[in-house]
Write a protein that binds this ligand. Sequence first.
Ligand SMILES: Nc1ncnc2c1ncn2[C@@H]1O[C@H](COP(=O)(O)OP(=O)(O)OP(=O)(O)O)[C@@H](O)[C@H]1O
Ligand SMILES: [Mg+2]
Length: 347
Amino acid sequence: MTVQGGNTGNRLLLGIDLGTSRTVVMSDHGYKNIIRSVVGYPKDIIGVKMLGKTQIFGDEALQRRSALTLYYPLRDGVIRETGDGDYNAAAELIRHVVELARQGEARDACGIVGVPARASIVNKELLITVASDVLSSVMVVSEPFMVAYALGVFNNAIVVDIGGGTVDICGMKGTVPAADDQVTLLKGGNFLDERLQAAISQQYPETQVTRNLARLIKEKYAFVGATEEPVRVTLRAEGRPRLYDVTEEVRAVCEAIVPEIAEHLAAIFRSYDPEDQPDVLQNIILAGGGSRIRGLDVMLAERLREYGKARVTCVDDPDFIGCSGALKMAQEVPPEFWDQVGFVGGH
Ligand SMILES: Nc1ncnc2c1ncn2[C@@H]1O[C@H](COP(=O)(O)OP(=O)(O)OP(=O)(O)O)[C@@H](O)[C@H]1O
Ligand SMILES: [Mg+2]
């Protein structure tokens, strides 16, 4: 395929990373934003009057949850087609971020949308339909592939994207990854939150730990393997604050996801030609919010030890890297060529 880079038409180019827990948007005009992937609809007419609108997105929706019914468009890494709610929520979330990124401009918008690997396989037509309403050209690709694109690694590399809903492992083999080269595991960050909440409540039954508090503790202290300092956090027992040591709970919960990731990572590694395997072993990339778990790179390298000395690295900016890969691709490959790369649509 030969393509000329650059945005030749008078179009606004967008990269959108539609994640289970947060959606990121960037434009070729320098706009960037990150919002939680949640849409709230007022429960009744009082809610509509009080809030002054019929849909609320992101953190604002969470803050006003008592007046709203909340929808998370992607659960377990796919759009559920069971109820209309999730379908509409995905469409409205995409519309919302496109409108934000437009900043009042009326030009046609073309975008590349990165979604969890499973959605890029299971929901591709649906996603195209949903996004085609607001984008004049759209292509749907998998999030880990977008990370690889941002880094410019197209061959002999494996991207492990540890997100909120899913862990996506994607082998780069010089082409757009096929379904066989990608695995989605359902134990991502949300699973860790649930397990940590349960583990702390079990160890200290007198404390009150919400899912959100468990998430905050995880985001601050998550680690696997050895730790230099104990993890002590303030929890409330019958309203009174007290310091509790949760080192072992944090460690055990974070380590719980390692065996499954290591096993699937090894399976994708073994699918490469033997002469490429030494190269692949030097190119294992961790992305997604979960890549911030301290010690995870070292522990995964240890788990691959039987294959040789692995080099596992974490991306610098896990929040924006997938989205910046999508925007980079939109800028380098003109929309006319998108049908040669992925699944496309538009209005
Ligand atoms: N320092 C941290 N340590 C561990 N986990 C973290 C840290 N910071 C963020 N996370 C977790 O990362 C997850 C969000 O990651 P990310 O933004 O990559 O997900 P996503 O792209 O929305 O989800 P998915 O890829 O599953 O669709 C959340 O579960 C969040 O709690
Ligand atoms: Mg993600």
